[in-house]
Design a binder for this molecule. Sequence first.
Ligand code: PLP
Length: 422
Amino acid sequence: MTPGGVNSPVRAFRSVGGTPRFIASARGAYLTDADGQTYIDYIGSWGPMILGHDHPAVREAIAGALGSGTSFGAPNAREVELAELVTRLTGAERVRFVSSGTEATMSALRLARGFTGRKYILKFRGNYHGHADGLLVEAGSGLMTNAGELGAAAPSSAGVPEEYAALTLVSEYNDPAALDALMAERGHEIAAVIFEPVVGNAGVLIPTPEFLTALHRVKAAGAVLIADEVMTGFRLSLNGATGLLGLSPDLTCWGKIIGGGLPVGAYGGRAEIMDYVSPQGPVYQAGTLSGNPLAMAAGLATLGALEADPDLYLRLDAYTAALGEGLVNEAQAAGVPLSVNRVGSMLTAFFQDAPHGSVCNYADAARSDTRAFAAWFQTMLARGVYWAPSQFESIFTGAAHTDTELNATLDAARAAFGALPG
Ligand code: PLP
């Protein structure tokens, strides 16, 4: 009925084997499948569920909105409220809501092209920005996991004409010299440089300060700097990676947490650029369900709860740090090579013998032992821990993860490392 049995490829267990669990319900830090088996959830719907599943404030906000109708196709108060909140938290001067992260990045790039009058965009190998044609070039996890060959040449999906892909230039993440060189040669043709400020989609990759400085230099060439905070936005801080790392992008894209588990994306930033968006400006972008009142209510409740609990980010950081340290210790005890990358509540345990923190680009991540990961994943699942079913994904922790889940996870991890051939 559905190709591959899933509605998004990373949900399939292609790289780890076996059958995806069908989830019947979710509460707090747990998923329950159709057979009644419960799992500690480290996917968090691939990012949005930072407060945990079925959070009372979010449920009540959605229920409250439901009584007034599900979609208007006309302006409504909640979208203004959420725009004001996002503006206040992030410093973006204008915000436009869409219905997914893909729409956000696709629209931001069209806007950058409209604003600059240039054709080319520049992205980084292993960064994923959604599945718009021009962005499916060297595009990270889903493609690293499912395309068969690691490091597949551009374009990384069938159905993307080479002519589209040719407008997307690719540079290496964390390589400031390569970025500077490309900008020196082609900068005058480049409309936008888009990047994941902390990469989640090749596994977690952490930007170096030198790379971040080089990213900001692209502005001097007249390119629009676009931070794709679809994953990191409101996760790494109330102002995402931008707040955490002190970035100054021209435009930012959001998704996931901004919709509190309902379909929402957004893009925003400098008014001078955003005012090119229709109907104010000449760059067309629209959406039947954009600003949907239920989705706006879920987003408002989620961001409101995050703002009301500033210590949450510290708790997430402490939990995830302990998780990372515990994994490294258990792996070491079992003689399994493991290299953990972590920022706040995002973490990837790369199955490889690399010094701590040295996995810093796509090629490094691709050196991981995906077979060992797959075997480890299966034992974790059998023991009730739902890790991301790909070596090249971040896992996400949330407000509902407590010491109980941490201990249970590390118990399962001990067994899973121990079960690997030494
Ligand atoms: N950008 C980043 C950094 C993402 O991680 C994702 C999805 O995982 C997207 C864009 C696309 O968002 P969506 O799946 O909502 O279209």
